[in-house]
Design a protein around this ligand. Structure first.
Ligand SMILES: [Ca+2]
Ligand SMILES: [Ca+2]
Length: 264
């Protein structure tokens, strides 16, 4: 009897804790795309007045160029976003160079430029109210330091949602042709979905930062996981298969990157 009561209290408390966003379901598909294929976000039960944020983070490979351009194209917004804003973070960029963000909707083009501080650029700008319909593109351009393999770009579009509760947002990406895009959806500041969509080929074992290479960046990430400075990726980073992320996993990937272990 006591146990049943305890169970009821537990269920009710969980309900209270998750009550704010429990009705919202968001999925992102597919798992792997080819360049220019659409990514679709499906949203169910998003109430009006919710703070909705769509984050897209990607790594842009730079072969023989220092100029980069990343775009989210043809975002079909099924609802309006009131008091919308865009936040963009880019690194590394050439110190003191200009990074430009453009948002185009119909005949309205908003262009925001900033001069980087050191090798990091941060832009946060209000976009006013965005009506239901198509956003032609959100674009980030800039210049990286010479001899840079890749630039990491994170952009977030947010605003107060007004319109239909159940809908889809399709869009395409240009600029990230061989890597991945990490899609993050937050509702009322709570992350409801985080999904990595692979571009080109599927996931590479040991590639935890999604640039389709197993390198020093992944070694560092596992080290951060071990000291709880980064979210634990189980099973992706559990190389020794003991169910959690530990020093054994950090050692394995370090040895693998150093060429002292044939496979992870
Ligand atoms: Ca990697
Ligand atoms: Ca492990």
């Amino acid at each position: 009897m006591k146990r049943a009561l305890l169970f009821c209290v537990l269920v009710m408390s969980l309900g209270l804790f998750t009550g704010g966003v429990s009705a919202v379901t968001v999925t992102v598909s597919p798992d792997v795309i080819q360049p220019n294929d659409p990514i679709t976000i499906t949203i169910m039960g998003l109430p009006n007045g919710s703070a909705f944020a769509l984050g897209i983070e990607s790594n842009i490979s730079l072969a023989d160029t220092i100029a980069f351009k990343f775009r989210a194209n043809q975002l079909i917004m099924p609802f309006a976003l009131q008091s919308a804003s865009i936040v963009v973070d880019v690194h590394p960029v050439e110190p003191g160079s200009e990074v430009c963000v453009k948002a185009k909707t119909g005949s309205t083009l908003k262009s925001i430029g900033t001069i980087s501080e050191g090798s990091i650029a941060h832009i946060a700008e209000g976009l006013g109210d965005i009506a239901t319909g198509k956003i032609d593109y959100l674009e980030v351009t800039g210049t990286s330091p010479v001899n840079t393999d890749e630039v990491i770009i994170a952009m977030t579009l947010d605003g107060k949602k007004s319109g239909v509760d159940t809908s889809t947002i399709p869009f395409t990406l240009t600029g990230a042709t061989n890597g991945s895009a990490l899609i993050r959806i937050k509702v009322d500041a709570v992350e409801v979905v985080t999904k990595r969509v692979w571009i080109g080929v599927g996931p590479v074992k040991g590639d935890l930062n999604g640039n389709q290479r197993v390198d020093i960046g992944d070694v560092a990430l596992v080290a951060y996981m071990v000291v709880n400075r980064a979210p634990h990726q189980v099973p992706a980073a559990d190389f020794n298969g003991n169910g959690f992320i530990d020093i054994g996993d950090a050692s394995r990937i370090a040895y693998f990157v150093a060429g002292k272990l044939p496979a992870l």
